[in-house]
Design a protein around this ligand. Structure first.
Ligand SMILES: [Zn+2]
Ligand SMILES: [Zn+2]
Length: 200
């Protein structure tokens, strides 16, 4: 499979320098357009060996021990969504989760499957399903959740995808759910369907 080489360090530097300048002096409208159809791998975490091509991409934990490979279109890619529920506040240690669902038949553990630890509970899940969370034992990144109510599917995290442009393009969420639980100082995601309660 063709692999896109990582962006060289010098190019990353230029990019972050441009970003800095744009924040301070250059109006956004004056910047050259960003080509989001091309992969971009910002410096993040320790591994820096993520890749993407037309059909597939990687998702890697913060320390690099765990890496997954997944399809970036259907039927393997089932859905991409934002969730504001109480569980998602806790498990992200933040105010929402950005997720995408992959059919297990299309999900590959590239490395580190043995480095995942799990935590399951059903008490806070409205449907009564048991949700099992799979974390990297080393760095704690939540790589995916699996619900007893949705067998054969894993719910991955958009933030673990190595190619940042996929966050904005193919993996952009189509729906935002549990909006009644969204913190008052956040607005709904732009161009994303807003739903109270679950949309799964
Ligand atoms: Zn890790
Ligand atoms: Zn949630």
């Amino acid at each position: 499979m063709p692999r896109h080489p990582l962006v060289p360090a010098s190019s990353r530097q230029n990019r972050s320098l441009r970003g800095q300048i744009s924040l301070q002096t250059t109006p956004r409208s004056c910047l050259p357009p960003v080509d989001r159809s091309k992969p971009w791998f910002p410096l993040a975490g320790s591994a820096m060996d993520g890749w993407s091509n037309e059909e597939e991409a990687t998702a890697t934990c913060f320390c690099g021990a765990v890496q997954l490979k997944f399809p970036t279109q259907g039927p393997g890619l089932v859905q991409s969504f934002i969730c504001n529920c109480g569980d998602c506040h806790k498990i992200t240690a933040s105010m929402f989760a950005s997720n995408f669902t992959i059919a297990d038949s299309h999900l590959t553990h590239v490395r580190g499957r043995e480095n995942l630890s799990t935590f399951s509970q059903s008490r806070t899940v409205a449907s009564g399903n048991t949700m099992t969370n799979h974390f990297c034992k080393t760095c704690g990144t939540l790589m995916y959740r699996v619900s007893s109510g949705f067998p054969g599917k894993s719910i991955l995290r958009i933030g673990t995808i190595d190619d940042f442009h996929l966050h904005e393009t193919k993996l952009k969420p189509s729906v935002e759910m549990f909006i009644e639980r969204r913190v008052a100082w956040l607005k709904g995601a732009e161009g994303v369907k807003q739903v109270e309660g679950s949309a799964l």
